[in-house]
Design a protein around this ligand. Structure first.
Ligand code: NDP
Length: 457
């Protein structure tokens, strides 16, 4: 088995760093340290854990430029987007630093039996967090901020191409004053994750990543009867009704599709457009996609950097080729750029036939499909015609009309006249192949707690 992980800069192909694969003894030591730390950590008053989390926000802001540079080096995200990612991590820390105690306070049950009955929210123990590379800081802080503050301890299994970010995040918690063992990173390949899931010292598991990885982790966790939260992929519809202000909506559509070079679970991936505005919308979107600046992610003018890895580019290329072979039309883009780095241009596909990858699968890159529909009910049918159910947006001049469609749409998050986004204040979850369980808000922080029922007679 390989003993080293190597990270590469996706914009240049340059070698960045090597990281030793943890041997068995190292994994044992990390699991012991997490399990040993848990009791003392969860016994501390939550106000102390909140104060530490507030300090994490400060460490993040103080080091913002360095962390952003690291993110950009490892995944090729334009620097301003990397800085925004670090800012958002500081925000989620501040959010829970202010609210965790209130969100987890004992809940008295009105009208319940006994002298005193209530629910208390108690942490579960070490939680394994298997995280992806696309938002290598945010995905981790979105997990760690609530769950460490709830009294759990965290074990991060980060993606192999973002191990520099993993180590930086471990250091951030130490710098903020977290005791050793509260948050650690495991540098292990995928085929050694099942043993960690099965280990008695691990209480629960969360994964953000592909549906394939989610199925495997859910099966392994199910075997061990461990709670899981799974945030998997998406193929979000972006529904444009006939009264929508086309120019402004087209601008939002392009932002929603191309943020992070399209490598986002909640990127709008399928534009479903009323035929009355279809031509105008397609023109507006095409023009905007073609005017984006693709290139060096460290240059301030860049809108789109490279895709994060060669295999991500290859998969996208194969999906687009297979869709074109099946009859889809390329309006713009459509093949990898012939330059150094894993660059794929903003791309629009129309006439996408049922059953081809662009219709069925998640396209993790800047490729949008545009489909005309004759009416709202067809729009809803097309929007729901996917195995995924993460986000969806509806665009219209009449917000009430948009809201009326919300109950018809099968997704965990439906936004009207707003780009689907995660926000510490809002619960975030998927249905169908997008996974289950909730992150963020007061709902998210309770996911890895035991809602203990207490009856005092
Ligand atoms: P993966 O789901 O394979 O990777 C995400 C994380 O899960 C990584 O840390 C990975 O580690 C780990 N992992 C993968 N398989 C298993 C397993 N069987 N058991 C335990 N851990 C596992 O995504 P990829 O990076 O390969 O990307 C492939 C596709 O997944 C993308 O094109 C996109 O469609 C989707 N995706 C969705 C994301 C989202 O935000 N929802 C994020 C990333 C990807 P390792 O790499 O070592 O296998």
């Amino acid at each position: 088995a390989p003993t080293l992980f190597e990270t590469m800069n996706p914009a240049t192909g340059a070698h960045l760093a090597t990281y030793a694969v943890d041997d068995e003894a190292a994994v044992e030591a990390t699991l012991d340290s997490a399990a040993d730390r848990f009791d003392a950590w969860c016994d501390r008053p939550i106000a102390e854990r909140e104060a530490l989390l507030e300090d994490v926000a400060t460490v993040l802001r103080d080091g913002k430029d360095d962390y952003a540079a690291l993110i950009t080096d490892e995944v090729g995200k334009p620097l301003d987007q990397s800085r925004a990612e670090v800012e958002k991590c500081a925000w989620v820390c501040e959010y829970y630093a202010e609210r965790a105690a209130g969100q987890l306070q004992d809940e008295r049950l009105d009208g319940a039996p006994g002298t005193k009955t209530y629910v208390s929210y108690e942490p579960l123990g070490p939680v394994l967090a298997i995280m992806p590379w696309n938002y290598p800081f945010w995905q981790v802080f979105r997990f760690a901020a609530p769950h460490l503050t709830a009294g759990n301890v965290g074990l991060l299994k980060h993606a192999p191409n973002t191990l520099g970010c993993a180590q930086a995040i471990v250091s951030i918690f130490r710098e903020a004053g977290y005791p050793e063992g509260v948050f650690s990173s495991l540098q292990i390949p995928t085929d050694r994750v099942a043993d960690v899931i099965a280990d008695d010292r691990v209480a629960a598991v969360t994964l953000t990543g592909s549906t394939r990885a989610g199925r495997a982790v859910a099966a392994e966790s199910g075997e061990a009867l461990k709670k899981t939260v799974l945030e998997l992929g998406g193929s979000d519809p972006f529904v444009v009704l006939d009264d929508a202000p086309v120019e402004t909506v087209a601008e939002q559509a392009v932002t929603a599709r191309t943020q992070n070079a399209g490598q986002s679970c909640i990127a709008a991936k399928r534009f479903v457009v009323h035929e009355a505005v279809y031509d105008e919308f397609l023109d507006a979107v095409t023009q905007r996609m073609e005017s984006l600046t693709v290139g060096d992610p460290t240059a301030e003018a860049t809108d789109l950097g490279p895709l994060a890895r060669a295999d991500i580019l290859e998969q996208l290329d194969e999906q687009v080729r297979a869709s074109v072979d099946a009859g889809a039309t390329v309006v713009t883009g459509g093949e990898p750029m012939s330059r150094e780095g894993h660059y794929y241009p903003p791309t629009i596909l129309t006439d996408v036939p049922d059953g081809c990858p662009a219709a069925e699968e998640e396209l993790f890159g800047p490729v949008a499909t545009v489909t005309a529909v004759p009416d709202e009910s067809t729009a809803v049918r097309v929007a729901n015609d996917t195995d995924f159910g993460l986000g969806a947006s509806v665009w219209t001049a009449d917000a009430a009309r948009g809201e009326a469609l919300v109950p018809e749409i099968d997704a965990g998050n439906v936004f009207v006249n707003q780009v689907v986004q995660s926000d510490p204040r809002l619960p975030f979850s998927g249905i169908k192949d997008s996974g289950y369980g909730t992150e963020l808000s007061k709902h998210g922080i309770r996911e890895f707690t035991n809602a203990k029922t207490v009856w005092v007679e």
